[in-house]
Design a binder for this molecule. Structure first.
Ligand code: FAD
Length: 404
């Protein structure tokens, strides 16, 4: 098929390159990397990395030697345009690369806060290694953080900031935390846990302005008229998929780069994977765009298999995790569209799972400090099996029986 050029060296981009070589692909592979680091893991940026003192090397998927040994060319720079007729990618530097197959693994970028003073230096985001390093460096000199957005990243950072001794306020427009992603039961559990840790969570409110004096943040005003003092603002209000490169090349885009169940764009020589891809899903019906390590790496493996002759539709089961303070949330499956939630275990004991059903069909399981339930859920889904809501709620029902 000729050279494979991969745009974006995040979770998806790195994995396509590694999986292609693992499958014996012998032609040229270039990984275009617009970040000034070897490809690295993103989840620790809001978890262990920001909490600890480890250096960037601890995040790297592989040392530099791996890329040399595997003949994976890491090309520093940004892909600026695609000439589909000539099968060339042009970099911002002006250099061009010929491709046989082009992989768009451009990920997503932070949605920016549109408020006065939002571009002051102490308004921070958390997407790339440099963001995490910057926050880690300034946290010791800060006393009060306001976090805008109670999604996974906002809450992970909130828990860490509190552990580091900061006063922490979290603002969330929705009536509960992580409302788009988890059940009300799980939201409530985390609200209680964060409040127990001394974090103030304000629901149903919005930041209306950031106040500053002489370039230093002094506080945040809320839509309900209140004012919170702050010397640090961290924004976690979601991401936007990086679709512009594809769109400018005339490829169909919507809430992501549109691809079919084989992760192919409208141009058979161009695929898109990971956070930037809006993929057709026969399993879930319609199109999905997911933001998770599992999605990016499984897309990458599926695509590498296709490019080396093993073409199958993408059909992996989603899973996800988030570490917040002492609690580990793990999600198996896609829980959207549930109409019934059954709890197994006990929130008061800080270990339970929410089994989400649509009718009698198990859609997914949200587990808190119950890794066994999570692994059970993943294995059950891989076998395309289910258990009844009654079995899920009955702690004496042996989950292993359902896998036998
Ligand atoms: P990315 O990893 O974002 O990589 C895309 C890369 O492409 C970036 O380096 C970008 O700069 C680059 N790029 C974009 N455009 C161009 C261009 N034109 N030219 C060259 N390069 C370009 N997921 C989980 O499952 N569990 C977690 O606990 C979790 N925690 C997270 C914590 C944080 C702080 C963040 C930010 C994300 C977290 N995620 C988590 C989400 C997960 O990291 C992403 O879903 C995953 O990184 C997506 O991989 P990707 O390859 O699609 O995109």
């Amino acid at each position: 098929i000729g050279p494979v050029i991969i745009v974006g060296a995040g979770h998806g981009g790195y994995q396509v390159a590694a999986s292609l070589r693992q499958a014996g692909f012998a032609e040229r592979i270039c990984l275009i990397n617009d970040e000034p680091h070897l490809p690295y893991q993103r989840p620790p940026l809001s978890k262990g990395y920001i909490k600890g003192s480890a250096g960037p090397d601890s995040l790297m998927f592989r040392p530099e030697k791996f890329y040399q040994d595997q003949s994976i060319e890491l090309i520093a720079g940004r892909a600026a345009s695609i000439d589909r007729a000539a099968r060339k990618v042009q970099l911002a530097s002006g250099a061009t690369l010929d491709y046989g197959h082009l992989v768009l693994a451009t990920g997503a970028r932070n949605r920016l806060l549109d408020l006065p003073n939002a571009n002051l230096p102490d308004v921070k985001y958390l997407r790339i290694l440099d963001d995490s390093e910057a926050l880690r460096a300034i946290m010791p000199s800060k006393t009060r953080a306001v976090i805008i957005g109670a999604g996974f990243i906002g809450l992970e950072f909130a828990a860490t900031a509190r552990i580091k001794g900061l006063e922490v306020d979290v603002l969330e427009l929705a009536p509960r935390v992580m409302a788009r992603a988890v059940t009300a039961e799980v939201s409530e559990y985390f609200q209680d846990r964060h409040r127990e840790a001394g974090i103030r969570i304000h629901l149903g409110v919005q930041a209306t302005s950031i106040e500053a004096e002489g370039g230093k943040i002094t506080g945040v005003s809320l839509s309900d008229g209140r004012h919170l003092p702050a010397d640090l603002v961290v924004v976690g209000v979601g991401v936007l998929p990086n679709i512009e490169l594809a769109a400018e090349a005339g490829l169909p885009v919507a809430a992501g780069i549109i691809v079919d169940e084989y992760l192919s764009t409208a141009d058979p020589n161009i695929s898109a994977i990971g956070d930037c891809a809006l993929f057709a899903s026969p399993r879930f019906g319609g199109s999905l765009r997911l933001e998770s390590v599992q999605n990016a790496t499984d897309h990458a493996r599926c695509l590498a298999a296709k490019l080396t002759g093993d073409k199958k539709p993408y059909d992996s089961h989603p899973w996800f995790w988030s570490d917040q303070g002492e609690d580990k949330l793990q999600i198996a499956g896609l829980t959207t569209g549930y109409d019934r939630v059954v709890l197994r275990g006990d929130p008061a004991k800080k270990a339970f799972s929410a089994f989400c059903y649509h009718g009698d069909k198990l859609l997914g399981i949200e587990s808190i400090n119950r890794a066994g339930d999570h692994m059970f859920g993943r294995r059950l889904q891989a076998m395309d099996r289910s258990i009844t809501p009654e079995q899920a709620a009955d702690e004496s029902f042996d989950l292993k029986r359902a896998l036998a």
